[in-house]
Design a protein around this ligand. Structure first.
Ligand code: NAP
Length: 321
């Protein structure tokens, strides 16, 4: 099959690799679209190796048509239109997913849009809802509101009845997109102090952070009594000098998780929750994928350049005819 090959310090290029094998609990997907994630840039740079057993090929999510199923799979059939979370292997003609990481593509949604859903929705559910237990009426701060994760976090929080939604973004244009998606306060972090704005809005009960570094203290300062602060990345730094006094006095929870390394049964539980809690909203359009741009699979290098420079809003997707 055709795949995108990574060669150190060289552009991404199309090449050939053997077709993947399908395990008993797997689904083989004829890939029509593959979502990009920031993690792909890290993996390409050698900083985020695939977990044991996962494909070495880049790509954490795809949409396409089921072309084969493992002997133990009962919930999917050949010909189904699906999107799926992968441990790796999305930048290819064929990809293998555990059956429990697969979603049905809503009727009428094209594959490029469907490929935007699995990683973002499962990450938001696992961190904002499972880990941080966002409750209806509570205030949530979502950093990086126009990231692939952020656009979905805003909408899922709104759909779940969050009281006040605050987001950060790096320009007025991006902040205005966050407001359109449902944020009550969209903060341009280059011109405004998010701690002041959040405190002015009454403080945050839940904070989803992708920045780390200097944000660790600032998140603590912006959090309410019993607040939960969840990091899913530390783009600025894993290290910080922190005054833990307010953590003690405000009874805060500081936590962090990754999705990729979780066992399949945990991913299945997350998939099931996302399906039961949000798939009707996805089907109706109340929660919608935000597609920044598409690139043919062969132009993966250009797609990575767009992700790397950070001008995108929402998801970048590779497509195959
Ligand atoms: N732990 C997990 O399971 C998991 C799963 C998925 C993703 N992630 C992580 O989540 C992050 C988002 O992923 P993605 O694929 O959606 O990436 P992405 O679309 O490239 O988003 C990166 C975002 O970081 C924002 N950002 C950078 N510096 C910031 C700052 N100082 N303040 C606020 N926002 C800032 C950018 O905002 P501007 O462009 O507006 O500056 C941009 O929206 C990545 O770091 C990724 O590794 C983790």
């Amino acid at each position: 099959m055709q795949v995108i090959l990574v060669n150190a310090d060289s552009p991404l290029v199309l090449g050939q690799m053997p077709d993947p094998t399908v395990g008993d609990n797997d689904v083989l997907i004829d890939v029509k679209a593959a979502g990009l994630n920031r993690a792909d840039l890290m993996q390409r740079a050698g900083l985020y190796p695939p977990p044991p057993g996962a494909s070495e090929i880049l790509g954490l999510e795809v949409a396409g048509i089921v072309s084969a199923i493992g002997s133990a799979v009962t919930e999917w059939s050949v010909g189904d239109r699906v999107c799926a979370l992968l441990g790796g292997g999305g930048y290819a003609e064929l990809a293998v997913a555990d059956a429990g990481s697969v979603f049905a593509v809503p009727g009428g949604m094209d594959f490029a849009h469907a490929a935007c859903l699995p990683e973002a929705m499962m990450t938001v559910w696992a961190n904002v809802f499972m880990r941080s237990a966002l409750q209806p009426g509570e205030t949530v701060l979502i950093h990086g509101g126009t990231s692939g994760i952020g656009v979905m976090a805003i909408q899922m929080a709104r759909q779940a009845g969050a009281g006040t939604i605050l987001t950060t973004a790096g320009s007025d244009e991006k902040a205005s997109v966050c407001a359109d998606l449902g944020a009550d306060h969209a903060i341009n972090y280059r011109t405004q102090d998010f701690v002041e704005v959040v405190q002015g809005a009454g403080g945050a009960d839940v904070i989803l952070d992708i920045v780390g570094g200097s944000y660790i203290q600032r998140n603590i300062d912006a959090a309410n009594l019993n607040g939960r602060i969840c990091n899913i990345a530390y783009q600025d730094s894993f290290e910080a000098t922190v005054n833990f006094g307010p953590v003690l006095m405000k009874r805060l929870v500081l936590t962090a998780t990754t999705l990729r390394a979780r066992p399949n049964d945990q991913k299945r539980a997350i998939r099931d929750d996302v399906t039961s809690q949000f798939w009707e909203a996805v089907t109706s359009g109340a929660v919608r994928p935000v597609l920044d741009s598409t690139f043919p699979l062969a132009e993966a290098e250009a797609a990575h350049a767009r992700l790397d420079t950070g001008g995108h809003i929402g998801k970048i997707v590779l497509t195959r005819d």
